[in-house]
Design a protein around this ligand. Structure first.
Ligand code: SME
Length: 147
């Protein structure tokens, strides 16, 4: 699916104000982008990231990640999107699935504060482009209006 089409559909999902909107967005991303193999949303609770809705072939053992730890913790600490082309090359990486080759983590901000993030794992090396970054950063802005 192309990114503009996806943004329109996400807008439609959110405009219906479903109570489980985070799960719906996670499902939508995982179902419509082949290279998005595992999609999850973490929320910040005190000094940790707590896993909320997710979709993928398997559950992750990393359901609580201290801020500052792993790729997820780094993105939450700096507020910057992390794109990891090859997870084997990044020693911050916390391994969840043997099949994962690359990862993107996009912080969710509300009123200037990091309140969570979208984490996506791909089985493809170097899967995430600047277009994915722009696309997902638009989505987190849309989500933060509903959180
Ligand atoms: N790889 C992440 C941990 C979360 S799993 O990918 C679902 C990290 O390094 O923070």
């Amino acid at each position: 699916m192309n990114y503009d089409n996806a943004l329109n559909q996400i807008e439609k999902i959110l405009s219906k104000n479903p109570s489980n909107f985070l799960q719906k967005i996670v499902d939508f991303l995982c179902d419509n982008f082949e290279k998005y193999n595992w999609v999850g949303i973490y929320t910040v609770k005190r000094d940790n990231l707590i896993l909320g809705p997710w979709k993928g072939p398997k559950a992750t053992e990393h359901t609580r990640i201290p801020i500052g730890k792993g790729i997820c913790g780094a993105a939450a600490e700096t507020g910057k999107t992390e794109i990891i082309k090859d997870v084997k090359e990044d020693n911050r990486y916390l391994s969840c699935f043997l099949s994962t080759k690359s990862e993107i983590v996009v912080p969710i901000r509300k009123n200037g504060i990091i309140i969570g993030e979208i984490d996506i794992d791909s089985d493809k090396k170097d899967a995430f482009t600047n277009q994915d970054k722009i696309f997902l950063e638009k989505i987190v802005d849309m989500l933060s209006e509903h959180i």
